[in-house]
Design a protein around this ligand. Structure first.
Ligand SMILES: NC(=O)C1=CN([C@@H]2O[C@H](COP(=O)(O)OP(=O)(O)OC[C@H]3O[C@@H](n4cnc5c(N)ncnc54)[C@H](O)[C@@H]3O)[C@@H](O)[C@H]2O)[C@@H](O)CC1
Ligand SMILES: Nc1ncnc2c1ncn2[C@@H]1O[C@H](COP(=O)(O)OP(=O)(O)O)[C@@H](O)[C@H]1O
Ligand SMILES: [K+]
Length: 502
């Protein structure tokens, strides 16, 4: 599913109006009807509503919804915030239609018109939508604060008023919604952690915008959905042998952190690697041999850390490096040699990223199309602080282009930024994964896929999606609280089955 800017969404509305064709006010009717259907499905129709409208088309949506609710005998009051203009044509059209119903309409010109909010009312926020072009101020900001302070449940239409579609509203006044009902596609605002408190749960409602429009635009970002994943996933051929599925080398673990190596290695095996060799320091020998009889080992001469690059790197189809590695000076030198000798894309995570951050000249050694998997803190160490989430995402895109690598910026909606400029936000995963070790599992998954016949881009998309899907399945089994990173690996089998069936 594409992620579009306010301008692109407006252009899509226009395209639909011309090519379906449909009158603009009828498209608004469809938007309001989709909100009504959602309210009905969620069991809200036995409630009463206060609907707050601006005078743009977002307000028009609110007026149309008010009429529809009233026709179903729901108690509704409409409050229109006066901006000193007459409102858009479709706003006016819907106001005229609303006047045919018994709905009471109140006009708000200043704080003296702020009525106490009835305790049980659901508040519908249709003040401002994707047309917001400056932070809220004056009466608008005061009204939003008044509504937020009421403690009533707020449902925002299209986007919480005060939130920009594609740039940060940090520090601004914004409606605090528990649900946001938006149309057709995700907006960037819904994917940024900093907006979680404002948008609540997001529901994307289909209003039948014309599909022809999408072939005309070069979408910069998409939500990773089952269709994309279904097109990437390749089932095994009947006559396949282990040589078809790669020989992965996982470079991980150090004294006190061998668990990271075990987690990554198990995930790598469960993701179908043909062969797996783990490069580990001496202290990990018994641990790995006992935990994973399927894995082979190459031992570092050092007991505790990585110091020597294994011989014959070329025989491995892929290298994954980082989990539990430590950052000893000798390990820094080790990483330098490993990267210098690597001729294929590498999966780089955790301490390998931290070493790159403290020795940035090593970044130039990354083979093209390597996959870097920083969480936001590691990302900051690598590329510096970002004032807000939008800037961080843009920076990740820029760095992916600059380094010629794939950057997986991990989070609730992990970003996968491709060197060619395109990026994806993952749709699977849950906060039960916010535990030390989940990232190690991802490294194992990505390493396994990159070692098979998947291109680096495909491996990154499929791997991040599978990891989150396994997390969702693990949460179903164990709860978000109780699930462990190793449970992600245990649910990979089921995740593969789901992908295969689609
Ligand atoms: N055909 C369409 O275009 C459709 C549009 N829809 C609705 O239309 C909305 C977009 O409508 P509009 O483009 O009219 O945008 P808005 O309803 O967001 O209103 C924009 C107006 O508010 C003013 N404004 C911007 N920032 C302000 C601020 N901080 N304080 C006060 N005034 C401010 C702008 O100058 C402009 O006049 C969407 O969010 C969606 O709800 C839906 O009805 C679906 C169909
Ligand atoms: N709230 C969340 N929602 C979805 N996924 C999450 C959430 N929190 C963490 N994750 C996922 O869990 C993984 C955590 O990785 P990381 O922070 O590197 O942990 P580790 O300490 O295990 O290395 C990432 O893939 C991230 O996307
Ligand atoms: K709104």
């Amino acid at each position: 599913m594409e992620i579009l800017s306010a301008e692109q969404i407006r252009a899509w509305d226009e395209y639909t109006i011309q090519h379906e064709p449909i009158a603009s006010i009828d498209l608004m009717e469809r938007a309001a009807a989709s909100c009504l259907a959602w309210l009905e499905k969620q069991g809200y129709l036995d409630r009463s509503f206060s609907i707050y409208c601006g005078k743009g088309n977002n307000g028009g949506d609110g007026l149309a919804l008010a009429r529809m609710l009233s026709l179903l005998d729901c108690p509704v009051t409409v409050h229109i915030l006066e901006f000193g203009n007459i409102g858009t044509e479709d706003f006016q059209g819907n106001l005229a239609r609303l006047h045919q119903t018994p709905v009471e309409v109140r006009f708000v010109q200043g704080p003296e018109h702020f009525h106490p909010v009835p305790q049980d009312d659901i508040l519908i926020d249709a003040l401002l939508g994707s047309g917001l072009n400056r932070p809220l101020e004056g009466v608008t900001a005061q009204l939003v604060e008044h509504l937020n302070a009421s403690g009533n449940e707020i449902i925002a239409i299209d986007i919480p008023s005060g939130l920009f579609v594609s740039r940060s509203a940090k520090g601004n006044t914004v409606i605090r919604a528990s649900h946001t009902l938006s149309f057709q596609v995700y907006k960037p605002a819904f994917l940024m952690p900093e907006n979680e408190v404002w948008v609540g749960e997001v529901h994307i409602l289909d209003i039948g915008l014309h599909p022809g429009f999408l072939s005309q635009i070069a979408g910069e970002a998409e939500i990773l959905d089952p269709d994309i994943i279904g097109a990437i996933f390749r089932p095994r051929q009947a006559f396949a042998h282990k040589g078809n599925f790669g020989h992965a080398l996982l470079v991980a673990g150090s004294y006190g952190k061998m668990g990271a190596a075990v987690l990554a290695a198990r995930a790598c095996l469960r993701t179908g690697s043909g062969l797996l060799t783990c490069a580990i320091p001496g202290c990990g020998y018994a641990i790995l041999q006992t935990a994973l009889p399927e894995a082979m080992l190459v031992m570092d001469p050092d007991e505790k850390i990585h110091t020597a690059v294994p011989d014959g790197l070329d025989k491995y189809s892929v290298i994954g490096v980082g989990p539990g590695l430590g950052q000893d000076q000798r390990t820094v030198a080790f990483l330098r040699s490993l990267l210098q000798q690597s001729r294929k894309p590498v999966v780089v995570d955790a301490d390998a990223l931290n070493i790159l951050a403290s020795h940035p000249h090593l970044l130039s050694l990354l083979p093209p199309y390597s996959i870097l998997t920083p969480h936001p803190k590691e990302f900051e160490r690598l590329f510096g602080p970002s004032p807000d989430d939008y800037v961080r995402v843009e920076k990740a895109r820029e760095q992916a282009r600059k380094l010629g690598c794939i950057i997986v910026l991990k989070g609730h909606y992990s970003l996968i930024a491709m060197p060619g400029g395109k990026s994806y936000f993952n749709s699977t995963g849950n906060p039960g994964m916010a535990k030390g070790g989940s990232g190690d599992v991802l490294t194992g998954i990505l390493t396994a896929l990159l070692g098979q016949s998947y291109s680096p881009g495909e491996a990154a998309l499929l791997g991040v999606y599978l990891h989150g899907l396994a997390g969702d399945l693990a949460a179903d089994t164990h709860s978000q609280e109780s699930m462990l990173p190793s449970d992600l690996t245990d649910h990979l089998g089921k995740a593969f089955q789901i992908i295969q069936k689609r």
